[in-house]
Design a protein around this ligand. Structure first.
Ligand SMILES: [Cu+2]
Length: 169
């Protein structure tokens, strides 16, 4: 069937374009010029690139730690795979602990300057410790819908303000 064959050729051409685009070798424009007569045989064969959505995109959340706060690039993210990019912009070592809880960020139970996790039924779903001043580390986590509190749990740091809330939708 001529139509089917044309579709197959179109797909091959699309693949070639995609491959060329990914390799970074030749630009899509250059490829298009090499085959000026190319037109998709059918709209259904056209590869539609995924549209990047803006707000709430699963992906990177930048968390900047310093004395004495944690600032987030966004306070709401979509559920699923997310990566915290933790930047210690302070002058002291810090930690980054992710807790899923409905308790307000600054109302977690504290003992000896530290948030009591297991004893209070709170569990850290992920953490990074020993983040040196100036260091940036990534913490990939799968987040389910809910409210989270992110803290630094080095004694005294939480109470001095190193806590922030994150909503996962
Ligand atoms: Cu700290």
């Amino acid at each position: 069937m001529p139509v089917k064959r044309w579709r197959a050729l179109s797909l091959l051409a699309m693949l070639a374009l995609v491959t060329a685009g990914c390799s970074g070798g030749s630009s899509p424009a250059a490829s298009a010029q090499q085959s000026p007569t190319f037109t998709p045989a059918n709209p259904s064969t056209t590869v539609v690139p995924a549209t990047p959505s803006s707000a709430g995109t699963p992906g990177a959340i930048v968390a900047t730690e310093s004395e004495w706060k944690i600032q987030l690039s966004n306070d709401t993210v979509s559920s699923g795979e997310n990566t915290f990019r933790i930047n210690n912009a302070g002058t002291q070592e810090h930690e980054f602990v992710v807790i899923r809880t409905d308790v307000a960020a600054d109302k977690l139970p504290v003992e000896n300057g530290e948030v009591t996790l297991d004893a209070s039924g709170l569990s850290a779903i992920g953490k990074k410790q020993g983040i040196a001043a100036g260091q940036t580390v990534d913490l990939p986590l799968t987040l389910t819908t809910g409210t989270y509190v992110l803290i630094c749990n080095i004694p005294g740091h939480y109470q001095q303000g190193m806590n922030v809330e994150l909503t996962v939708r």
